[in-house]
Write a protein that binds this ligand. Structure first.
Ligand SMILES: Cc1cc2nc3c(=O)[nH]c(=O)nc-3n(C[C@H](O)[C@H](O)[C@H](O)COP(=O)(O)O)c2cc1C
Length: 228
């Protein structure tokens, strides 16, 4: 069993989730993906990636080199970040992402396996995690599949990693994070370090994605570790 759940919600930082998917798929994992409507909006605004949540097409989310060369802020961002036209760093190649399996679930599909505790997974990551989803989780809401799957991971005492992005943080948001941390979630803010001497945006993204992988117990060399 190597199934993981990845949920994208409508906080800024869609590039983190794209990179996380690329890495997990390259490492041969089965990823159950669900995307909120707000996340779809941010994907378009930040990266020029348009996903149709009702008729999901993997190629729209993880564009090929050719697609990226033609269009999108993603290509621009990656070119600026020094990653060239390639979607992935030197540790991975585009063909690698076909190693794993991507299973998409509509965000309102409560019949999906991941809505039940009897469906076994190795954990769930919400990346990026909006303050809205954070509040819903802290309040025990299950009004969409993302919230339900997260609630299931908490009640089953499975790994739940939340990657919030907001600044500054208000007291209610901090309280919600504390509540979730006390309930067993890992709160891993999209807060890259600088001690690995990042040069590109890609380096910053890989730091956060690498720290998520660390929490999942997945070996990687996405950044140079301190002391090595
Ligand atoms: C371009 C854009 C950027 C946003 N950035 C953030 C953000 O960084 N953090 C956040 O909590 N909400 C952010 N929002 C607001 C959320 O998308 C909004 O609260 C939404 O209802 C969250 O829904 P969801 O949790 O179901 O995805 C952003 C919205 C847009 C359009």
């Amino acid at each position: 069993m190597n199934d993981l759940v990845v949920a994208m919600t409508g906080a800024s930082g869609a590039i983190y989730s794209i990179r996380l998917l690329e890495v997990l798929l390259a490492l041969g994992r089965t990823v159950h993906l669900t995307i909120s409507p707000a996340a779809a909006q941010v994907l378009d605004l930040e990266l020029g990636i348009r996903v149709d949540l009702a008729n999901f097409n993997r190629d729209a989310l993880l564009p090929s080199d050719e697609q990226m060369a033609e269009d999108s802020r993603l290509s621009l961002l990656r070119a600026r970040s020094g990653a060239g036209a390639h979607a992935v760093s030197s540790v991975l190649s585009d063909s690698d992402i076909s190693r794993g399996r991507l299973v998409y679930h509509h965000y309102m599909d409560f019949t999906a396996g991941i809505a039940s505790g009897s469906f076994l997974t190795e954990g769930m990551v919400i990346c990026p995690c909006s303050m809205g989803t954070l509040a819903s989780l802290a309040g025990g809401m299950s009004s969409n599949l993302i919230q339900r799957a997260a609630d299931v991971h908490l009640k089953e005492r499975r790994k739940l990693i939340i990657v919030p992005r907001e600044t500054p943080l208000g007291a209610i948001q901090l309280e919600n994070m504390l509540k979730l941390a006390q309930s067993g979630a890992v709160v891993l803010p999209a807060m890259p370090g600088f001690y690995h001497h990042p040069v590109t945006i890609h380096d910053l993204v890989d730091f956060v994605v690498g720290r998520i992988c660390d929490q999942l117990g997945i070996r990687h060399d996405l950044f140079q570790r301190w002391g090595t």
